[in-house]
Structure formats: C-alpha cells, structure tokens
Write a protein that binds this ligand. Structure first.
Ligand code: NDP
Length: 509
C-alpha cells in the first residue's frame, strides 16, 4: 500500500448548476449564430461546471472586426495613459472583489486546488495593477544631435489588434500576463481561452464593462483552436498574436502568421532542470524540488521535471525528495489543505502514464508512485507523485514535456557536466542551481540557455521581471517592461526645422 498524504473531504459545496457562458463581442454578450455549445465536466468531481457558447468563424470574424474598428477610431488607442491606467486599476479592484467566485470556477474547470486558485486570482489582480503603472510611462527617444536644422523623435505606438490565445493550465493567470499589458499599450484584443477552461475568461467581461472599458476594445470568443484560434492567427486585420500553449501548436501559429507577417509572441513548453551541488542548503533544495515537480500536478511550463544531482549526494537527496513527496497533500481540490489536485483530462492522464511505463520498459527504477490515483469519494483522474531514477539522458521521459507529477533524476560529477546536461534539451524556458558558492551559481547562470535562471530558489516571479523562453520554449517576453514593449511599435519621426532647405537632389541646369 502506497503511503501518501491524501485528502478526501471537501470544504466547499459543489455548484447545483453549471455557469452559462457567452461570447463578448463589441460590448455585447452573444450566443453562437448556430446555437452550438460545449460543456466542461470537472476533472475532479465529474459534474458539469460550465456550458459555453462554442464559437465558429462567424464569431471570430465579428470579434476581429470589432477590435479593428475600436483600434482604428482611437477610442482606446488615442486616449491618455492616465485614462487607460484608471480603467486597469478598477479591473484589478474588481478581480480582488470577486476572487472567491473566480477561484471556485477555476478549480472546478481545471482540477487545481482552491488555495492555489485563490493565489492565482489574487496575483492576477497585481498584474493588472502593475500594467496600469506602465500605461503612464510609455515614452520613446529624441535626437537633438543631428545638426542645426534636424531633430528626430522615436515614438512608441500600440501595435494594433492583438489575438490572445491561452491554455488550460493557468487560465486566468496567463490571460493576465497578456491582456492588461496589451491594453496598457493601447492595443485592442480578441481573446480565446482553452475550450476546457473558459469560465474565468468569460466572466472577466463583466468586470471590464463595470470598470468602463469601451465596447470593442476587448472581445472574447469561446471555442476551439479550429476554427477560432486558427482564424485569429491568419486574419489580415490582426497585427500580433500572443500565444501560450504547446510547442507543436506554437510552430503551427508561426507558420500561419507568416502569411501576413504579423508579429508572434510565443510562450511554449519546457523541460526545466534544477541542479543540486553538495554545498547547497539541501533541505531547502529538496523542498523546492518537491514544489517544482508537484505544483499544479506538474501541468506547468515551469515544472522542474528533471533534477541533476551531484553523485556524492544523489542517493540521500533522492531519498529525501521521496520522503517529502509522500507528505504533499494530494486530493480533493475543494479543500483548502489540498496542495495538488486532478489531471485535466483522462487522455492526458494516460499520456503521463505512458511516459512512466515507457521508462520502466527501458530499465528505469520507480522510487515513488508510477500509477494513476483514485481519491475516495472524489474521482479517478489523479496521478501519484512519481520519482524515477536509473535514467539515460536520451530517454523520452528525460527529454519530453511529461506535464505530470513525474520527476526524472540524473547525476553529475563536474560543473561543466551539469551545465551540459541542463542544456541537453530542445527547450530553454527555466533552470535552477543550488549552491552556496556564488561563482558556481554565476557560471551556471551565464552558461545555461534558459529565459529564467533561479539560484537557491524555484519559480519565484514578479510582475516587474520578464518571463519567456529560449530555443523551442518560445520567442518574445511577457510581463515586466520587456513584456510590455512587445505590444508597442516603434515609429521614427525625422524633422527638418528652422525653415532651411534640404538642398536640391535634381539638377535643372
Ligand atoms: P495547445 O497548444 O493544443 O492549446 C493551447 C491553446 O491553443 C488552446 O486555446 C487551444 O484551443 C489553442 N489552439 C489549438 N490549436 C490551435 C490552432 N491550430 N490555432 C490556434 N490556436 C490553437 O495545448 P493543449 O491545451 O492541447 O495541451 C497540450 C500540451 O501542450 C500539454 O500536454 C503540454 O505539453 C503543452 N502545454 C503547455 C503549456 C505551457 O504553459 N507552456 C500550457 C498548456 C499546454 P483548444 O484547446 O480550445 O482547441
């Protein structure tokens, strides 16, 4: 019998009926023209949580047209940064006011624990607040050294209409890494959430209206990648796509967007390593490894799904991570004590298991877990905390994004070897190093190809600090000033001043 910390009881009652969701286009809530709907069944409790309008080409077209018109007539793109900031700050307050409702829906649609959903919604409000501060600080450059009769300005302008496509793993958080920054820049938007987790995105429309966002500035279309997301990518009236999701779909989006040469910002997968040196605070490191792999049941682009441990401490360190992993509270997402909830779909649960069984067939050792998990009275769509050793670096479980609570353990002898193993991936999203030697940490940070390096910590993030990936983890950055700048276009204005002539190019005599 596997000795795990399983929580079965709920602290919050299940809803008696699903929430009904509609598209939000040009300031109006609408059903699909053909009346199509899709239902989301909670991965943890098996009840229908939401019934959403299922959009098609007609809804996507209408939303894109509304965003284009709203951008071109300047109702948002040409108002002051102060006025834009005022709206974004109101949205932040309203998100905070409605945290509980949003968090419960996020938990029921995604399967994640309620304490985490509350944290994500609260954190999202802070992203809106930070974006509001940026709305008032957009500025370009001026050039006053071009000679007596020349002066030039480099202006920053909103890029235009932005398509925002988000995944199911952090629906409201990822939306808030994009939308308030695009709005702060003066862009107008068309948003499509994953069809599995549409509720919090759809309900945001109420808050945008209450905060005073003009009609047409943010449009929300519910539906699938095909045809909605695909049209949002190919449409000539769209200027930029901001996408978070799988690397496979990210590549498709890049290809389709090339047809109109629109700007593409991609936040994709990762195979993120934490490297542990013997001189580190090993208790802190073990706790961070447990957090890094089990958080959001591993369905996280930043999951630290592999660790690279110095040979001298590998056995003891792995044993400690096994010990801590048994104590992580898996189970009913509607209990605030639960730390890890359900897997998003049964298909994804089978995919996770496929990676584990594949590794076993190739000779790997399962140190903990390694199978699906049923939580009494809740459901069977869970997966045991799983730790795998005896691996070769080329195995699929080490190279590919498992997106589950599955930790692969590798070992190293020298700093150079650790860096080479950390870089042995098509991905480059994040990486971590644990050592009390600043030279080791710095050498690691400088040599490892990843958009974020954590030293003696894991997954700390701030609205001020840019986030994004290298290699096949994406392109462009989100949040922080760099993320904000993605939504701005640069225009140079070169002026002859003082009434002088530029001199004639054509000789007439
Ligand atoms: P996808 O990349 O398939 O989906 C992400 C978003 O893109 C969804 O809104 C989806 O819509 C939309 N989409 C799908 N196809 C297209 C298309 N052709 N054009 C435009 N938009 C499209 O991720 P999944 O949700 O299917 O997850 C699959 C895998 O992706 C996971 O197992 C994981 O490995 C990875 N992933 C990575 C994430 C990250 O944060 N880096 C987040 C989520 C997933 P819809 O699904 O509604 O059809």
């Amino acid at each position: 019998m596997l000795d795990l910390n399983i929580i079965t009881e709920a602290d919050i009652a299940l809803p008696t009926q699903p929430v009904e969701l509609r598209h939000f286009i040009n300031g109006t809530w609408v059903d699909s023209a053909d009346g199509a709907v899709s239902e989301r069944v909670s991965p943890s409790h098996g009840v229908v949580v939401s019934r959403a309008a299922k959009g098609g080409a007609a809804e996507a077209e209408a939303a894109i047209l509304a965003a284009r018109t709203a951008f071109d007539d300047g109702r948002w793109s040409r108002i002051s940064g102060k006025d834009r900031a005022a709206v974004l700050l109101k949205v932040a307050d309203l998100i905070e006011h409605h945290t509980e409702r949003l968090a419960i829906l996020e938990t029921l649609e995604s399967g994640k624990p309620i304490s985490q959903s509350r944290g994500e919604v609260g954190g999202a409000a802070d992203l809106w607040r930070y974006a509001a501060s940026l709305a008032r600080s957009i500025h370009g450059d001026s050039h006053n050294t071009l000679g007596p009769d020349m002066v030039a300005m480099v202006l920053k302008e909103p890029i235009g209409v932005v398509s925002i496509i988000t995944p199911w793993n952090f629906p409201f958080w990822i939306l808030s890494q994009k939308l308030p920054f695009a709005l702060a820049a003066g862009c107008t938007c068309v948003v499509k959430p994953s069809e599995m987790t549409p509720a919090t995105t759809a309900l945001l429309a109420d808050l945008l209206v209450e905060a005073g966002l003009p009609a047409g500035v943010c449009n929300i279309v519910l539906g699938y990648g095909l045809p909605v997301g695909s049209l949002m990518t190919s449409h000539k009236a769209v200027d930029m796509i901001s996408f978070t999701g799988s690397t496979a779909v990210g590549k498709k989006i890049s290809e389709i967007a090339a047809g109109t040469l629109k700007k593409v910002a991609l936040e994709l997968g990762g195979k993120n390593a934490q490297v542990i040196f013997p001189d580190a605070d090993l208790e802190d490191a073990a706790d961070a490894v447990a957090f890094g792999v089990h958080f959001n049941v591993g369905q996280c682009c930043n999951s630290s799904s592999r660790i690279i441990v110095h040979e001298d401490i590998a056995e003891a360190f792995t044993a400690r991570v096994v010990d801590l992993s048994r104590k992580v509270a898996y189970g009913n997402p509607l209990n605030p004590k639960t730390q890890v909830g359900a897997i998003v779909t049964a298909e994804h649960q089978a995919k996770i298991d496929g990676y584990v069984q594949g590794a076993v067939a190739e000779g790997a050792d399962i140190r903990l877990g390694g199978a699906a998990l049923t939580v009494a009275g809740v459901g069977a769509q869970f997966y045991q905390p799983t730790i795998v050793t005896g691996l070769r670096p080329d195995m699929a479980i080490v190279q590919e994004e498992v997106f589950g609570p599955v930790l692969s353990v590798l070992t190293f002898r020298t700093l150079e070897e650790a860096i080479a193993l950390a870089n042995d991936s098509v991905y480059g999203l994040s990486a971590g190093v644990w050592s009390n030697d600043i030279h080791t940490c710095l050498a690691f940070a400088r040599e490892v190809q990843a958009g974020t390096i954590w030293t003696n910590t894991w997954m700390d993030g701030f609205p001020e600090v840019a986030f994004g990936g290298m290699k096949q983890s994406g392109q462009g950055r989100e949040i922080g000033r760099y993320g904000f700048e993605e939504f701005l276009e640069v225009k140079s204005v070169v002026m002859r001043v003082g009434g002088g002539s530029r001199g004639k190019w054509v000789s007439e005599g």
